[in-house]
Write a protein that binds this ligand. Sequence first.
Ligand SMILES: CCCCCCCC(=O)SCCNC(=O)CCNC(=O)[C@H](O)C(C)(C)COP(=O)(O)OP(=O)(O)OC[C@H]1O[C@@H](n2cnc3c(N)ncnc32)[C@H](O)[C@@H]1OP(=O)(O)O
Length: 212
Amino acid sequence: MSGARAAMEGVFAGDRRELSELEIAPQAALADEVRALIEAVIHTEVPETELREAAAAVAALTERLNTARRNRPPAARLGVNGMVKALGSPVTGVLNAIAPPIDVVTLEDGSVHAEFTLTDVYEGPPTFVHGGVSALILDHVLGAAAAANGTPGMTATLDLRYRRPTPHGVPLVVTARTVRNEGRKTWADATITGPDGRVTIEATAMFIFPAT
Ligand SMILES: CCCCCCCC(=O)SCCNC(=O)CCNC(=O)[C@H](O)C(C)(C)COP(=O)(O)OP(=O)(O)OC[C@H]1O[C@@H](n2cnc3c(N)ncnc32)[C@H](O)[C@@H]1OP(=O)(O)O
């Protein structure tokens, strides 16, 4: 028993503690600061004594935040359609400092779309986005397209064609749409496009709503 069905239902069930936008704001601001901290940690050249002091200060902050903890990452119903959003998502989660975060919107034609810029925190080859990070983003938006079609599922297959390197530090566009559904299976296509309008990655995925 994989528990995949329960996991899938949990995404949309809204059985998690749901935060209001007012509750989210100060925690999202904290996540923004941590994002800046991650970037600073990678690039800093301050002396060793300052690094040790900074590490102790961060450890003290972590201890302070852990004095009151949730059991699971929270969710919220946001936007006009009130879709449940996982605030801790590594792609879209405004409370997750490792998420860019990407704001995925569903368009009237059922496709999903996001405009975003990645920093060099997500670098693979110098000046370009890590291919695994692109795969993460594409998996998510493909899944969002399947869900927007009313046919959500777990990723069963994910095929990627890296046509040219994806640059970081410039505006990128990701779009995805559902192309086919047969029973529990849903197929979706997606692309990432660079600022010159050229597609850098094409992706196709198949999602399965788990039997159990
Ligand atoms: C809005 C939120 C967006 C979030 C997007 C994020 C997406 C994710 O990250 S999901 C996490 C990554 N994916 C996973 O961990 C999935 C792990 N796998 C599983 O849970 C299961 O194997 C699962 C659900 C895919 C299929 O399980 P199950 O429902 O038992 O399938 P099962 O009944 O055996 O097979 C059904 C059919 O699918 C086919 N199938 C099953 N798995 C696969 C697969 N991986 N690839 C191709 N075909 C498959 C079977 O052959 C069968 O085909 P047919 O009907 O023609 O005989």
